[in-house]
Ligand binder design. Sequence first.
Ligand code: ADP
Ligand code: MG
Length: 246
Amino acid sequence: MSTDIIIETHNVTRRFGAFTALKNVSIQFERGKLTSIIGPNGAGKSTYFNVLSGAFPPSEGRVVFQGKDLSGLKPHQFSHAGISKSFQITNIFPNFSTRQNVEIALQAHVSRYNLWRRQSSLQLQDKAMELLRTVGMEQHARRLARELAHGQQRALEIAIALASDPKLLLMDEPTAGMSPEETRSMMDLIVQVAAARTVILVEHKMKMIMGISDRIIVLHHGEFLASGAPDDIRSNDEVKRVYLGQ
Ligand code: ADP
Ligand code: MG
């Protein structure tokens, strides 16, 4: 039986001027799985994330999503195809309530696809509250987004990302700057979200993602270094060397 690949890159190279941040990276990601991309600082993780989300077109190589070549398309076309990324804080409107932020994201999605012929504000409200419940934020629905704690803003970001019902959810360092407590609840939330869809996490804290990932990919100096189940990665000598050498 062949595995179901949701997104793949073929020989992706990305340069910034004379500097090569990614070199010939070819990776396939399985549908329905939680895959984490790890690697030391500067490994090229965020650059790769931006290639997957369409923000950075590859200098060479291709990005194929559900069998369709998206290389060279604009970020909004990646988003319409069903790829949603979380953790651009700019998605949040600080002076709107938590619930309004989700309603705005829902409205943008339903108007694009004309899903509801007549969208009552009550329908929007209900759906927004459902998403806020999913991310454990329903009790903060009426608070202004700017008043939320850092961890809560990031949970709201996930609700906003889910509003477009994406096929693939990308998250770059979702627990950056979080307290240990916030980190634990974000990890729980990611596991819960990943139960229903494909998630790719980008992270440099290896320990943190060991327990929750189906598969781990390691980048180093812009190149693919290793891939495998968490236990394989943990015991991989090359990976250990890279992390110890940090
Ligand atoms: P990571 O997320 O793994 O820490 P990045 O993908 O952010 O690594 O960066 C990889 C390398 O590419 C770094 O050396 C970084 O300085 C460089 N880089 C990233 N983005 C840019 C950019 N926009 N312009 C120039 N160099 C960049
Ligand atoms: Mg990064």
